[in-house]
Structures are given as C-alpha cells and as structure tokens.
Design a protein around this ligand. Sequence first.
Ligand SMILES: Cc1cc2nc3c(=O)[nH]c(=O)nc-3n(C[C@H](O)[C@H](O)[C@H](O)COP(=O)(O)OP(=O)(O)OC[C@H]3O[C@@H](n4cnc5c(N)ncnc54)[C@H](O)[C@@H]3O)c2cc1C
Length: 442
Amino acid sequence: MSALPMTSSSGDFPTDRHGWAELLPERQASLPLRGAHRVAWAVIGAGVTGLACARRLADLHPDREIMLLDARLVGQGASGRNSGFAVAVSHFGGGFEADRLESYRRVNRINQAGLDLLRAQVAESAIDCQWCEEGFLHTAADRLAIRECSHFLRYLEAMEIAHTPLDAQALSARLGTALYQAGVHVHQGALLQPAALVRGLADNLPANVRLHERSPVLRIEKGAPLTLKLPNGDVQTDKLVLAVNHEAAKLGFLRRYLIGSTLSGSFTRALNDEEVASLGCLKEWGLLSLHHGGATVRLTADRRMSLRNAAEYHGGALLSDKLLARRQSIHRAAFEKRFPNLAHVPFEYAWSGVEGISRNSTNFFGRQGDNIFLAGGYNGSGVSRGTAFGTALADYAGGAHSPLIDDCLASAPGAWIPPRPFLDIGAFFTVRSRFRGVGLDR
Ligand SMILES: Cc1cc2nc3c(=O)[nH]c(=O)nc-3n(C[C@H](O)[C@H](O)[C@H](O)COP(=O)(O)OP(=O)(O)OC[C@H]3O[C@@H](n4cnc5c(N)ncnc54)[C@H](O)[C@@H]3O)c2cc1C
C-alpha cells in the first residue's frame, strides 16, 4: 500500500490531499476574499452546482458582478472527488412501477439537461477532463444484483432508452474479469476526470464572475442586503445562492434534512501495455454496480484502475489518513477479486469524499428565505443533475419560468432527520443497510 500524505484542516472546512485533483498538475488558485464588498448576486460553493449557477447568472446579468465563494480550493469538494460518471439515465432500483413513469422521466430530463450543458461547456472551453461519452456498463455478480438486472432491463425497455444487454461472456470480453454474470450497456452518459472538469469550469468562467477560493462563509446576516461574514472580510449582496451540498447545515439551512455520507476508493498506478492487453477489448470504461452497495470501477483514459466500494456515516467528514489506509484493504480485496491477473499492480492513491444524502433520496431546489436560494443534495448522483439544478436555480432566482425549473421544483419534500444522538445511530444503520446482500458485487 502506498504511503498517504497528511491531512490538513482549516477550521470547519477540512480538506486533504487525497483526491482526483492530486492526479493533476499544480493550478494557480484564486485569492481568498479580503475586505468589504457589495454585489447584486453571491453564490456560495464552487462545485458543479455553484459553478453552473454562477455561469448562468453571469449570462443573465452581463452588467453585474457575480461573486462566487468557496471555503476550499476548487476540486476539493464532492464535485472533484466523485467517480466521474455524468449520468443521463438514473437507476431507481427495485421493480419497475408503471405509475412512476412520469417521475422517472422527470429525473432523466434533468440529468439529460445537465449532461447537455456540461458537454457544451467542455467543448466551448476545450476543457481537458478525459470526457468520454460512450455510456456506462451496469453489472451484476451476485443474486440480488442479478435480480436487479432484470428490473433494470424492464425499466430501460419501458422508457425506450437505448441499451444493450450483456451476458457473462460479453462482459468478460469487454472488461477482462470473469466476476460479472449479467449486465447492460446504457448508451448515454459521459465519463470524466471530476477534478479536471471543475477546475476547467472554474478557470473558464465568464468575465463578470469573481471567484474567491479558501473563502469560507462563516455566517449569513439576514436583512436587505444580506451580509456574508468571512474570516477576512464581508460581502453585502441583494441575492444569495447556496450551493454548499451537505454543509448547508453549517450555515443554518436544511439542518434536519440533509447529511453527509463518506465514500472512499483507490487508484492503481497507470497500467503498462501488457497489463492493459490482459484486460478486455474496451480501452476505457466505467462500471456501476446493480447493487446499491456494489463497487464502482473504472479504467480511466490515463490507464489507471479506480475502484470505490466503501461508504459510511462519518459525521459528514473526510476520512483521516489512518482510516483511509484501513479502507484501502477493502478496496484492495475487491480489486484482486475482479482482476487476479493484476494482483501485482499497487494502488498509488486513495481518496474519500462526502456526498449529500436525504432520508428519502430527494433533491433540494428553491427558495430558503428572503432572497436566499438553494440547490443540492443529490444522493451520489449530482454531476449532471447538479449542473442542471444550478443552471435552473439562476433562472428561478431571477423570476423566470421554464420546464426545467418545473422539473426541479417537483422534487419531493425532504423527509425529516432526527437530531443527535438518534441521527448518528439512524445514519449509521442507513448507510450500512446499503451493503445488505451485496455479496460478490462489493
Ligand atoms: C466518492 C463520491 C463518488 C461520487 N460519484 C458520483 C458519480 O460518479 N456521478 C455523480 O453524478 N455523482 C457522484 N457523486 C456525487 C456528486 O459528486 C455530488 O452530488 C456533486 O458533486 C455535488 O455537487 P455540489 O456542487 O452540489 O456540491 P460540492 O461539490 O460538494 O460543492 C459544494 C462546495 O461548497 C463549498 N462550501 C460549503 N460550505 C461553504 C461555506 N460555508 N462557505 C464557502 N464554501 C462552502 C465546499 O467547499 C464545496 O466546494 C459522488 C460523490 C462522492 C463523494
């Protein structure tokens, strides 16, 4: 196992050097905010949601300055630490329910809108983020996942979504592992390097967006204008967008509705020609398990294998170096089970990241107070959806109407989450329950 570098912490907004950003060259960050500022619009959070929102606000208000603030460096939030699947088609899990057809369609319309926006932005700014739009494989190794595969196929057929069912032999020929017994290739969806995507988006914002990294908003004072308090300055703003994911509670929002679940995974070193040749015919792929607790596995464009199969409730925090090192043994076992012929290939990096989850798997979109708007909480599927939510929120906050806004507003209200210590106990068991029956798919 590789040595893991130190974790660093900045007050309530800790970060570390275990992410996809560490696989990229150094980048010049924007300066932290200092002094007093007055703007018409401020956005807190520069993940996919906040970046999309700030971009859209800048287009809608070309004569205004849009202030975009992030507590960390761009790429250190979930948007730079995810597995890099920008989905068009959501997998809902369980038997297909004909009376939920419109709800399935609504979510997929949002996903598709986000994917289209991302594709356009990546192309327009020539963002080098390993964008590969050939869809994903959804796979099953054990009994529950195999059963889920037939549910998923029924859903794809009923929704008329382009796909190709695959048996064990076809999967082995593509991936170079004999583990999977059933699966399906869904043709839509893009794979990407998440940290490269958000860095590229941040470095190509419209000229009237002013980004400040390492600029945590510690407090929001209500009034007109609203006042944002930061360690070395403050910002007065007429309208405010919160794109802070599970950390909304730190600013006093969604306290009982959104929590953070910590996921972790590992990367191998880059594979050599011989090792790549020992795999299947696909040279780059992404695989999502049909069991909710199963491993997400990728062969990236730069020939690394990445595998994420651990999730836990950890109070919404990243894993410490020590815990991350321990989790690597879980990642390792899953990797060698799939690719025994690559057992000699070491892991070079491990990473953790925190996703925002609600009790009833809903998303949050809309008004949270006078001139305060919020989007977030995508339950592990926010790359394309967050982009759509962020864009639609900019329109909504300006009083516009659109079918995309209607789709976002139709998200179910969040279910109440009890306070501590019940929260800790409940969240612990909820996160654990995702692994029930996972078997070989972990
Ligand atoms: C390991 C992992 C794998 C995942 N895999 C996928 C995947 O493959 N596909 C997919 O679609 N989704 C995936 N997700 C989920 C996806 O990453 C998130 O849903 C999405 O990135 C959320 O984007 P966001 O912009 O809303 O939040 P974030 O990316 O979390 O951004 C919020 C930002 O707000 C900043 N912030 C918070 N509070 C403050 C404050 N007070 N002041 C200033 N700044 C603040 C944070 O620093 C952060 O940068 C995964 C998540 C994880 C953790």
